[in-house]
Design a protein around this ligand. Structure first.
Ligand code: ZN
Length: 361
């Protein structure tokens, strides 16, 4: 594969993408949040657009994941408890994915966190099924309009083990509407509750896929636990697996897929700019990974910026980036038939891009 000039943002706009790790609440468009906040009379501690933006997004890297997560409280107070709002942000997500060149995506969220807002004047509490119906409706509208495919992952939260069994039931009820997997997000330092372990076991036995946030703010041991105890087929982030070579070897042997999020890894303080980045070691060691955005709007970025960062900041070449997309296809929670179709679409688009940019082998 011939060398490609690195600084070609247009190339990274054009290449086909598969996104496996992105949160609904982190992917809400600013203008939509303003519209919803006004409509639902959500009192906000600001009175102009720039100030509002600073409450729902971050302009620079933060020292810790806990600080990075602060805007989510405001975002959830705006969108939670409204079917209309959830439908709007789900539709927006499909549109933004299409605009970023995404052909297939898996969107994750925790329905109970989206059921009620104590700040909105309407004081409505949605059932988990109503939350799901609203998001399914927004995604379906976008999928039809933009011709992309999107499935859903239901996230447990580490601090609510009592919800885990219900989340598995919910995922199973909405399997025919596009739920493909369960996940766990939140404070990684909270010990894994037996109710969560039981829920992942039942999810797997029922045919749901499993991906786990691990090794982001938490230690390498969390990656080992995700693979060996929770049955993870994919790891969200996983950068800190590199702190323990034995566990890194276990991860490589298992061929678990890592959902890497370059920009968010810096914004959350999980990785440092200027220091060696996990994506470089993963790439040189042939680890199975994809490139994802995690929370694009909270970082005032898009998935394209993650690709540009992987290339320009961390030095991945075109061939390595193409491989990460194809690995993403293989790791997608799709049936073999659908995966094959997606692979054909992705390869076809790559060959168009390679002709356009004169990238040869
Ligand atoms: Zn995440």
């Amino acid at each position: 594969m011939s060398a490609v000039p690195r600084n070609i943002p247009q190339l990274y706009c054009s290449i086909p993408k598969v996104e496996l790790h992105v949160h609904l609440a982190g992917a809400c468009q600013l203008q939509t949040l303003i519209t919803i906040a006004r409509e639902r009379e959500v009192p906000l501690p600001c009175d102009n657009m720039e100030e509002f933006w600073s409450h729902v997004s971050l302009s620079e890297p933060q020292p810790s994941l806990a600080i990075f997560l602060k805007p989510f409280g405001t975002i959830q107070s705006i969108i939670s408890g409204s079917s209309k709002a959830l439908e709007m942000v789900a539709y927006d997500f499909s549109k933004a994915s299409y605009q970023a060149g995404v052909l297939y995506s898996e969107l994750r969220f925790n329905p109970p966190l989206l059921a009620h807002s104590s700040m909105a004047a309407d004081k409505i509490t949605l059932t988990n099924d109503e939350v799901m119906d609203a998001i399914v409706s927004g995604l379906d509208k976008g999928k039809k309009e933009f011709g992309i495919d999107i499935n859903m992952i239901i996230s447990f939260t580490t601090n609510a083990p009592e919800q885990a069994a219900d989340m598995v039931d919910l995922a199973l009820r909405y399997r025919d509407k596009g739920v493909v997997a369960v996940d766990i997000a939140g404070d990684e330092m909270v010990p894994m509750h037996q109710l969560h372990i039981d829920a992942f076991k039942r999810a797997k036995q029922s045919g749901l896929h499993i991906t786990i946030h691990a090794g982001e703010a938490g230690p390498a041991a969390n990656v080992k636990r995700a693979i060996e105890v929770l049955g993870a087929e994919r790891i969200g982030h996983g950068y800190r697996v590199l702190e323990d070579e034995d566990i890194f070897t276990i991860a490589k042997k298992s061929n678990v897929h890592f959902e890497l999020c370059p920009l968010s890894s810096i914004h959350t303080g999980s990785q440092r700019l200027g220091a060696p980045h996990a994506i470089q070691r993963f790439s040189s060691d042939g680890v199975n990974f994809s490139i994802n955005s995690d929370d694009p709007c909270v970082m005032r970025k898009t998935l394209i910026d993650d690709y540009i960062m992987a290339s320009n900041e961390f030095g991945l070449n075109y061939k390595q980036i193409k491989l990460s997309v194809l690995n993403g296809v293989d790791a997608a929670f799709l049936s073999d038939d659908k995966k094959q179709l997606l692979k054909e679409k992705v390869l076809h688009k790559f060959s168009e891009v390679e002709t356009q940019y004169n990238i040869g082998s």
